[in-house]
Design a protein around this ligand. Structure first.
Ligand code: 5GP
Ligand code: MN
Length: 335
């Protein structure tokens, strides 16, 4: 069924109970888009809540509205209650209910009107209304466009603007990838005109790491990075023990997977992180090689063409072995 702008507006009219959900292991775009939407909907007069499936990095905890976020894993009863009471649910920055982790079950059971705003390929039809565009830098940019489409520009205040700016900044690696559309800069310009201090946002996100995180990065690059020039590939693996040694906190490995890609002639990078359930994988590529396809096919994952993730229930050793055994098929002669 097609919904008009007026139909959608009715779903977020004053006093409606709206819930915002984002994906597991939320990143800057997930939180920026969610809190941008949160602050906007509050300005609309809605009763709004944000639920994340699990914890998110400390460097995002300054975002306006952060204190209102409910982490499903830590507060299940409260989160389930919020989901079941919502009239409207926004699903932001994910394309499949499974990406919402455990929230998936409450989400599927909910009778609320569901709106998906996302930029991942091939969104699944689990919602009532979809705004999806893979060519757009970030979900945060799509949220801005959504608000404009609703004709509600005047409700974008500093809190909304700062959150959305953070989402765009982080999902483009500070405007280095997914950021070749002029429209992105129009949106950024509008947000800056609303008073966003770009340098302040940068400082809070990128100059806020612990000393241990910096040392862990040094260790990864010096001791743990494996470069396979023959396959234009490089990867880093980190065991639970190594993470513990560096007092690992959620978010500490953010960005690590991008470093190998800056080596000349390396076009495929992977990061393997051991956790309690197995190994979490991150993939990045340059050019035509789709890590989304690779991850979907071999590691039960997905994402974008040049940035994707997945999971493995094998041991670290076997996961790395499996990964390496796939390389000849994709990059070079099978001998
Ligand atoms: P990252 O490597 O930064 O965790 O994720 C890169 C991209 O892949 C993001 O768009 C993220 O949503 C997606 N992604 C990460 N892990 C998974 C996963 O396990 N499954 C799917 N479908 N997508 C993932
Ligand atoms: Mn995103």
């Amino acid at each position: 069924m097609d919904y008009s702008r007026e139909d959608i507006k009715k779903r977020i009219s004053p006093n409606s109970r709206v819930l915002i959900v984002t994906h597991k292991n939320p990143d800057g775009d997930a939180m920026g888009a969610s809190l941008g939407m949160y602050n906007f909907l509050k300005n609309m007069g809605c009763t709004v809540n944000v639920v994340t499936p699990n914890e998110y990095p400390r460097f995002l905890k300054w975002l306006p509205g952060n204190a209102q976020v409910t982490v499903f894993n830590s507060e299940k009863t409260k989160a389930k209650n919020l989901i079941s009471k919502a009239d409207t649910v926004f699903c932001l920055d994910f394309n499949s209910p499974g990406r919402a982790g455990e929230v998936n079950f409450s989400l599927t059971a909910s009778k609320a009107f569901k709106i998906l705003i996302d930029h991942h390929p091939d969104p699944e039809p689990f919602v009532d209304y979809t705004l999806s565009d893979v060519t757009v830098s970030s979900t945060a940019e799509l949220v801005f466009r959504f608000i404009e489409w609703l004709d509600c520009r005047e409700l974008i205040d500093h809190a909304v603007a700062e959150s959305l700016f953070t989402g765009i900044m982080t999902d483009t690696g500070c405007f280095s990838y997914n950021s070749s559309q002029p429209e992105t800069y129009r949106v950024l310009s509008e947000l800056m005109k609303m008073g966003v201090d770009k340098d302040k946002v940068y400082d809070r996100v990128y100059d806020n790491f612990s000393e241990e995180r910096m040392r862990l990065l040094g260790y990864c690059l010096d001791k743990k990075m494996v470069v396979l020039p023959r396959y234009s590939t490089a990867y880093i693996s980190l065991t639970k023990k190594e993470k513990e040694k560096y007092n690992f906190a959620i978010g500490d490995s953010e960005g690590f997977v991008n470093y190998p890609l800056s080596i000349k002639d390396i076009s495929f990078a992977a990061l393997f992180m051991e956790n309690d359930n197995g190994v979490k994988l991150s993939f990045r590529s340059k050019g035509d090689f789709s890590v989304n396809d690779f991850s979907r096919r071999h590691f039960d994952g997905g994402g974008h063409k040049n940035a994707a993730g997945g999971e493995s229930e094998l041991s670290m050793e076997d996961t790395v072995k499996k990964f390496c055994s796939l390389l000849p098929k994709y990059f070079g002669e099978d001998d």
